[in-house]
Design a protein around this ligand. Structure first.
Ligand code: DXP
Ligand SMILES: NCC(=O)COP(=O)(O)O
Length: 242
């Protein structure tokens, strides 16, 4: 059985806090419970509009967690300055639109190569491992190679939103992209929209190193508690690798 890691995205613990402007639930508490339940890393997306995770969460998480912080961020000067100060283990560069409900697609690395290349170089200089969140598209994978990032995260949102034949086609695109990226020496992660009923075909892709999953785990935690929600997801992923 080959291993696969789980990064737990705790953005939506913060969504609940921000809904009332309270000081609970505390994302640091969620991160520590997730780690005890088997999370291999903690992911947060500091959005430009601060709709859920806010700056102090990122600083506190970096100081308190004992796994690895994966800091998702738009490619802006503001976010680069924060990342360079926080020094997370990973930075995942993502596209961002203020009006979107959630991330709608992958980063167009090919279309803004110089900007992404420069961001990757500035982060790598500080020893931060950079991942680019991209669609499962060989053109974007070639652009990641040109940009110099060692990791990619394949966007699984379209797979998650589709069903039937369309979902099988999207799964095949993700499988092909994972194989191609891995053959070029990239470490391949995946995530977005994965839940307890669609995770296994993605987790079964042998080239995938880590899945980042958030919304479904936090939603399940309302009924089962966060420890069980994380442990159950990790078990499904490991079962898919048997
Ligand atoms: C980049 C990505 O896929 C995300 O996980 C992102 O963090 C989603 O943003 P929200 O958590 O705000 O939905
Ligand atoms: N990058 C994907 C992620 O961190 C979690 O996305 P989701 O499971 O909240 O959709």
């Amino acid at each position: 059985m080959s291993s696969i890691y789980l990064g737990v995205n705790i953005d939506h613990v913060a969504t609940l806090r921000q809904a009332r402007g309270t000081n609970y639930p505390e994302p640091v508490h969620a991160a520590l419970v997730a780690e005890q339940a088997g999370a291999d890393g903690i992911t947060v997306h500091l959005r430009e509009d601060r709709r859920h995770i806010v700056d102090r969460d990122v600083y506190l998480l970096q100081q308190t967690i004992s796994t690895r912080l994966n800091f998702e961020m738009a490619v802006t000067e503001e976010m680069l300055a924060i990342a360079l100060e926080v020094q997370p283990h990973f930075c995942c560069l993502v596209p961002e639109k203020r009006e979107e409900l959630t991330t709608e697609g992958g980063l167009d690395v090919a279309g803004q190569l110089e900007k992404v290349q420069s961001a990757c170089a500035r982060l790598a200089e500080q020893g931060i491992l950079v991942s680019l969140f991209i669609d499962p598209d060989p053109v974007q994978i070639d652009a990641v190679l040109a940009a110099g990032a060692p990791y990619i995260e394949l966007h699984t949102g379209r797979y998650a939103e589709s069903d039937g034949e369309a979902q099988q086609q999207e799964l095949a695109r993700i499988q092909d992209a994972a194989r191609y990226a891995s053959s070029k020496g990239l470490v391949v992660n995946a995530g977005h929209g994965l839940h307890y009923h669609n995770v296994q075909p993605i987790a079964a892709i042998p080239e995938i190193y880590e899945l980042n999953i958030g919304h479904a785990i936090v939603a399940r935690a309302i009924f089962s508690g966060l420890h069980a929600a994380v442990a159950d997801m990790k078990q499904l992923m490991l079962d898919a690798r048997r």
